[in-house]
Design a protein around this ligand. Structure first.
Ligand SMILES: Nc1nc2c([nH]c(=O)n2[C@@H]2O[C@H](COP(=O)(O)OP(=O)(O)OP(=O)(O)O)[C@@H](O)[C@H]2O)c(=O)[nH]1
Ligand SMILES: [Mg+2]
Length: 315
């Protein structure tokens, strides 16, 4: 156990009608001075996170918050202190947000959020803001005769608005590469991103948007298999795998099985309570997987999850 001071920090994410988020600049003389941040501050003894958030956003921005939703919870250790950032989406508020402490303030489009300008603990917040609510995993695909129907299904999923797809097919390498190229074309035409299951070399070779690592791969890799510009995601099932994924520096994870699932009939489901408990410890956005449908989004989000992942029910 570290002897560094620990603060629970309530952090608010406000978005305007265009989706731009409110960021403010920290005073030069304070911890992480000069960096941009999301407004908020330390939760005081006896306060709940939401009470602390309401007080801080009133003090710093002069607003009164209404409806909120958890975004992500991030444990992080700086050389001089430990923080747990409880990051909350503020969906409604009253009053005009302004820098009540004369701090510079701006509304920044999500695509322009630059991790380098923020404290190191903030990267997962920016990732969470960039990732969509659904992560769609493709069903397996067989011989070439099956490809047209498989691609048609992918097109349908994309037409329904899916923005993040994981290609998971068990084909011989050359066939897998050929199908991956076709899938990537479909995804990019629809302004969606494609991650390749387990195969970082293939992802790099065809210019896919990232790789999705299996839990077993987490222990065989000593560093991220792709550069920061690409997504590196991982499948996790327990605390140890989440810790291994964090150590490797993955961008996001998938935690399963939340419910019983026919694809893994012998795996013990962790339930929503298990998902919530583990999501609070994972320092990266986490999708719930296992018996999920798009209707489960609200449950996942309420527990601080990024969203839901699945194969069936998403087309
Ligand atoms: N508000 C806020 N704090 C953050 C962010 N990221 C991050 O690492 N922190 C850290 O969380 C800690 C507490 O935040 P704070 O300085 O805003 O606390 P506060 O408003 O209560 O200020 P005070 O203690 O000077 O009165 C600081 O160490 C800060 O560096 C962020 O995005 N927003
Ligand atoms: Mg503050």
């Amino acid at each position: 156990m570290s002897s560094l001071p620990h603060w629970l920090v309530a952090v608010g994410v406000l978005q305007d009608k265009t989706g731009a988020v409110l960021i403010t600049q920290r005073d030069l003389k304070r911890h992480q001075g000069g960096r941009w941040e999301f407004p908020g501050g330390k939760v005081e003894p006896g306060e709940s996170v939401l009470d602390g958030l309401a007080r801080e956003l009133n003090e710093e921005l002069g607003i009164t918050i209404g409806q909120t939703q958890p975004l992500i919870r991030i444990p992080f250790e700086y050389p001089e202190c430990r923080v747990t950032l409880a990051v909350i989406r503020v969906q409604e508020w009253q009053g005009q947000a302004h820098g009540r402490e004369n701090q510079p303030l701006r509304w920044c489009p999500i695509s322009e959020l630059d991790v380098q300008a923020f404290p190191a603990a903030n990267s997962p917040i920016i990732t969470a803001l960039k990732l969509p609510p659904f992560y769609v995993i493709t069903p397996d695909c067989g011989s070439r005769a099956e490809w047209p129907a498989w691609l048609e299904r992918l097109e349908r999923v994309l037409a329904n608005g899916a923005k993040l797809i994981q290609l998971r097919v068990s084909l011989p390498p050359s066939e897998q590469a050929a199908l991956a190229r076709l899938a990537l074309e479909c995804c990019h035409r629809a302004n969606a991103e494609l991650l390749i299951n387990r195969n970082a070399e293939l992802a790099e070779q065809i210019g896919a948007d990232g790789v999705h690592l299996s839990a077993a791969q987490l222990n065989t890799l000593s560093q991220r298999p792709l550069p920061d510009a690409a997504w590196v995601a991982a499948s996790c099932h327990n605390t140890d795998e989440l810790a291994a994924a964090a150590k490797l520096g993955v961008d996001f994870g998938v935690l399963s099985p939340v419910r019983p699932t026919s694809s893994h009939p012998h795996a013990q489901p962790i339930g929503w309570a298990g998902f919530g408990r583990l999501a609070a410890k994972a320092p990266f956005p986490l999708y719930a997987l296992g018996g999920m449908s798009p209707n489960d989004l609200a449950s996942a989000r309420q527990l601080g999850g990024q969203g839901v992942a699945g194969i069936s029910g998403f087309g």
